[in-house]
Every structure is written in structure tokens, then in C-alpha cells.
Design a protein around this ligand. Structure first.
Ligand code: F6P
Length: 453
């Protein structure tokens, strides 16, 4: 088996703040954490379904997802993916990475748009306005089935679709992805006879991209889900605890970032040099911050798109508090070729680059950034993908999931819960007078200090 994602062989030189020996010294403990995932005797053990999910996905299930996707591709000009957090970011990550950046403007169909990931009235108005008169479908994704943001968006979009094509036809253009037995979305889907896909009980939202949660929207966007799963399955094998520590990318990454955390590098910046990776980073941000940020511990996760953000965050990264390290996702070969043309007048002074590929210039920017940041005491981990395609993206997603589980155990937290997310929800429900939450209403005195409404 070919393992295509590699952590840079010069990684230990670029850590600067610590040595290879320091990381290798954690091999035994890291492997123990990886085994805890495999044996299922660690914290959050009821949520380990993602661990062997890629290798257990059956062809028949993928074919069924593909069939549903094909019917949406044929029938719809626009498909709205409704969801938030882990019920949306994975799909958006893969679709943004692999679809043409200007597909919608080139009239490629269906256009995939998103809703339910915010509570903006203006966003919903503009979305409804855009959908007016178009053939559209809705994929509504929520494991709990009760999350306010997607439930609200779905209620509005469902009405628009029913008003436009009638209730019976609307039923054929709505799919629910949710729990097999519980939650408002499950009940609604049964009542309305929607086609439904199940999110397994033992897979939490942020670990669900390789289940129907991610696979259905990704297939609707015309992306090969079998290749995605093939990549993830190979990475499942490559990160098993049987693989020696120094060849095991998930163990190496988990161990390195935890050692950096211990020496005061409290912030991890995930950087890319290709805007197509922006949502992969957003997905990673949720994965690691919800998994590790608890008990007053955990690395703070931040995302930058380079070179864009070198012209904004670059200053901070180079010279502010030395509490950051950087993980760079690098794509070895781009899909297309663009060369800098020769200009006889050279008014812009760029002829020194003529004949060079744009990617070569980008790679020099990447190397220059790595050298500058390492010299500025920002340790640098590089994750290299040979190219941006379904297979390597499948590898990358699984790699991050596996490393996240290991890393959470190294930090001695439960990487599979998110109790802190409930606090804002409780206050919001109380403020909105949701039945059952009245007693939690923040006191008027505190409210008057905080809010002006
Ligand atoms: O799929 P659901 O239940 O709507 O949850 C969406 C997201 O909300 C959270 O529960 C809290 O942010 C995440 O863990 C999850 O990914």
C-alpha cells in the first residue's frame, strides 16, 4: 500500500523549539492512546464508530447514495445543503476542494449552496430570493435533529419548496440525514415520508464526513465518493497502532502537537497555499477545538489562507507572542498548468518570472514563509499531498480524525463530547422563551449590563 500523505522528512529541523528525540520519547504513550481507540477502553468509547467506518462501508450503500445523488443531479438546478458544524463542514470541505472554483458561474449544474449554518435573516432572504423560480432540492442534515440553525432554515426552505411545486413533489426533492430513531428531524422525515439516511449512533457530528452526512452532498456535487472512501480506508490501515511510530503519520502528528503544547505553543495555525483548502481547514478547526478544548486545556485552532493572509496575519505570526506553531497543508502538483507570459516591455518588472509556472512561484512563497516563520520561532509541520483529488483528500480527512482521537487521549480529555457548546444554546432558548427553558433565563440585572435589547 502506498502512503501518500507525508509529514515532511525535515519536520524535526523545522520544529526548532524541540528535538526529534523529544517527540520520539512520547512513542510509547502515543501508541497506547492509539490502542485505546482500537480497543475501545478510553473516554467517549461509545463514539468510536468512525474508526473503522471507511473499511466497513459497503459498495451497496455507496451505490444507493450515488443513485439518490444522481436523481438530484438530474432534477435540480440548485441543491441546498442544510446543516451546521460536523453536519455541514466536511461536505463543504470536500466540495470546495474538488469542484471548479467558478463552476456556478460557468452554469455547471447543480449548484450546491448551504444553509442552516447561521441565523442571518439577510442570508436566508437572499437565498430564498435566489431559489425563486428555480428547480431546487434540499438535503437536511442534523444528527440530533433539534439544532436551531438548520431546523429554522429548513422550515423556511421547506415552505418555499412546497409553495412552489406542491407538497407531494416537494417530498421527492427532500432528503433527511439524521438519527435512526430520535429527534424532531427523524419524526418529521417519517411523517413526511422523506427518503432518509442514518447517522450511526456511535459517530459524532465532527467525525461523520465519511458517512452519508458528507457522502450524499459530495456525490451530488459530482465528486467520486468511492475514491474518497478508498483513500480513507488506506489511511485507516496506515495509522493503525501496528504501524511503527516513526512511520505512523497520525501518531507523529498527535505526539508532536502535544509536545509543542507542553512547551507553550498554545495555538496551532493550519495554513494552506491553495484557497480550495479553506473549508478543509474550517472542518479541521471544529474537529480539533470541539474535541480538545475542555477542562481549561487544549490547543487553540486558527486557520489561514496563504499567501492571502500573509498580507494580514503574516505580521502577527512573524513577530507577536511566540505561542504559535504552524501546520501547513501543501499540494505537490496542481491540476492545471499556467505559465507567466513574457512581456516585451516588462513594465511591471516581472520578466524574471516569465516562463515559470504559477505553482513554482507559489512553492517559493511557501518555502520562503517556512524559513521566515521557523527563524521567527514558529515551529512548522508540513503535510504534503501529491495532488488534490478524492483519494488523497479521503486520506487527509481520516488522518486528521485518527490523529485527533489520539491527541485528545494524550491530553487526557474526552475527545468525543462537547459539553461547552450547550451553554449558549441554553441562554438563547431561555431568552427566546422556549418551553422548558424559562427557569434558565439570565437575570434581568445581568442582562441589562450585557445587552441593549
Ligand atoms: O448534527 P446536529 O445535531 O445538528 O449538530 C450539529 C453540530 O452542533 C454541535 O452539536 C455543536 O456545535 C456539533 O457538535 C455538531 O457538529
Amino acid at each position: 500500500m502506498k502512503l501518500d500523505i507525508k509529514l515532511s522528512s525535515s519536520m524535526f529541523k523545522t520544529l526548532k523549539a524541540m528535538t526529534k528525540e523529544q517527540v520520539v520519547a512520547q512513542a510509547v504513550k502515543t501508541k497506547e492512546c492509539n490502542r485505546m481507540l482500537e480497543v475501545g477502553n478510553g473516554k467517549g468509547r461509545d463514539f468510536l464508530g468512525w474508526l473503522h467506518f471507511p473499511s466497513s462501508v459497503i459498495e451497496k450503500d455507496m451505490d444507493d447514495i450515488q443513485l439518490t445523488a444522481n436523481s438530484f443531479r438530474t432534477d435540480c438546478e440548485v441543491v441546498v445543503i442544510v446543516g451546521i458544524g460536523g453536519s455541514y463542514l466536511g461536505a463543504r470541505a470536500v466540495i470546495t476542494a474538488l469542484a471548479n472554483s467558478f463552476g456556478a458561474l460557468k452554469n455547471e449544474r447543480p449548484v450546491v449552496v448551504y444553509a442552516g449554518h447561521n441565523i442571518s435573516e439577510d442570508y436566508l432572504y437572499e437565498l430564498s430570493e435566489y431559489l425563486e423560480g428555480k428547480k431546487f432540492g434540499i438535503i437536511n442534515i442534523s444528527k440530533s435533529g433539534t439544532t436551531t440553525e438548520p431546523a429554522l432554515a429548513f422550515r423556511i426552505l421547506k415552505k418555499q419548496l412546497e409553495d412552489s411545486i406542491g407538497k407531494m413533489n416537494a417530498q421527492k426533492h427532500i432528503v433527511a440525514v439524521t438519527d435512526k430513531a430520535r429527534g424532531a428531524l427523524h419524526n418529521l422525515a417519517v411523517k413526511e415520508k422523506y427518503k432518509t439516511y442514518i447517522i450511526p449512533d456511535d459517530i459524532g457530528g465532527r467525525f461523520s464526513v465519511l458517512t452519508p452526512v458528507g457522502l450524499l452532498p459530495i456525490a451530488i456535487a459530482g465528486i467520486n465518493i468511492k475514491q474518497l472512501i478508498a483513500g480513507a480506508t488506506d489511511m485507516e490501515r496506515a495509522t493503525s497502532s501496528d504501524i511503527p511510530f516513526e512511520n505512523n503519520p497520525a501518531e507523529l502528528y498527535a505526539s508532536t502537537r502535544n509536545e509543542l503544547y507542553k512547551i507553550g505553543k498554545k495555538i496551532e495555525i493550519l495554513a494552506n497555499f491553495n484557497p480550495k483548502l479553506h473549508y478543509v481547514a474550517e472542518w479541521w478547526k471544529q474537529l480539533y477545538s470541539e474535541s480538545e478544548g475542555k477542562q481549561h486545556k487544549g490547543i487553540f485552532t486558527a486557520v489561514v489562507d496563504f499567501t492571502t493572509d500573509l498580507h494580514s496575519m503574516g505580521q502577527w505570526i512573524q513577530e507577536a507572542e511566540r505561542t504559535v506553531f504552524e501546520t501547513v497543508i501543501s499540494i505537490a502538483s496542481p491540476k492545471y498548468k499556467v505559465e507567466v507570459p513574457l512581456d516585451s516591455q516588462d513594465l511591471d518588472g516581472l520578466n524574471f518570472l516569465s516562463g515559470k509556472r504559477v505553482d513554482y512561484i507559489n512553492k517559493m512563497a511557501e518555502l520562503g514563509t517556512q524559513i521566515a516563520h521557523v527563524e521567527g520561532d514558529v515551529p512548522n509541520i508540513k503535510i504534503e499531498l501529491p495532488e488534490l483529488n478524492e483519494y488523497h483528500l479521503g486520506q487527509l480527512l481520516y488522518f486528521f480524525e485518527r490523529a485527533c482521537g489520539i491527541s485528545g487521549y494524550l491530553l487526557e480529555v474526552n475527545p468525543f463530547d462537547q459539553p461547552g457548546v450547550e451553554s449558549y444554546k441554553k441562554n438563547m432558548f431561555a431568552l427566546l422563551n422556549k418551553p422548558g427553558f424559562e427557569h434558565l433565563k439570565p437575570g434581568n440585572e445581568i442582562r441589562s449590563k450585557l445587552y441593549d435589547f
